[in-house]
Design a protein around this ligand. Structure first.
Ligand code: ZN
Length: 169
């Protein structure tokens, strides 16, 4: 297994729309392993393939306290959204930025697991937010897109400034 580089906002590759995974084969299995390792190491509770510059519909999540309940969603589709909740979100591609975002309270998704078997999952609370956030990534969408253009631009400038500072050091 190996750690993967995570794209940082405002990298334009984060805006690509991911294509469906065609075969859940050994390549996907190894990619899932690398993505889980990268997510735990970061540390984070969700990672979409888009964030590691692989534009296929694949996300990994783990919102458990012990980080021992990984969820793998391949070709996830939202079947149902219900209610509304507001929660503070962050993103491994936008480090250091946390904002309150309104999303559906509960979500029902269909997906394929690491073994290639289809399944459905219902979630609320943090897991629901995380699933919606990660599926957004596959569609080239970021949580800062829910903020005002002014606020988003301020975050963009802050990220670019931090990047320049890194490059100088
Ligand atoms: Zn994210």
């Amino acid at each position: 297994m190996s750690l993967l580089d995570i794209l940082q906002f405002p990298d334009t590759a984060l805006r690509k729309i991911a294509a469906p995974v065609e075969d859940v084969d050994a390549r996907i299995d190894s990619l899932v392993g690398d993505m889980l390792e990268t997510m735990y190491e970061a540390p984070g509770i969700g990672l979409a393939a888009t964030q590691i510059n692989v534009h296929e519909r694949l996300v990994v999540l783990d919102v458990s306290d012990e980080c021992n309940e990984p969820i793998v969603l391949i070709n996830p589709e939202i079947i149902e959204l219900d209610g509304e909740q507001e929660m503070q979100e962050g993103c491994l591609s936008i480090p250091g930025i946390y904002e309150n975002i309104k999303r559906a309270a509960s979500v029902r998704v269909s997906a394929v697991n690491r073994n290639g078997d289809p399944f459905e999952l219902e979630a609320d609370g943090l897991l629901s937010v995380c699933i919606q956030h990660e599926i957004d990534h596959l569609d080239g969408k970021l949580f800062v897109d829910y903020l005002s253009p002014l606020k988003r631009n301020r975050i963009r400038l802050k990220m670019q400034k931090a990047k320049r500072k890194d490059a100088e050091e």
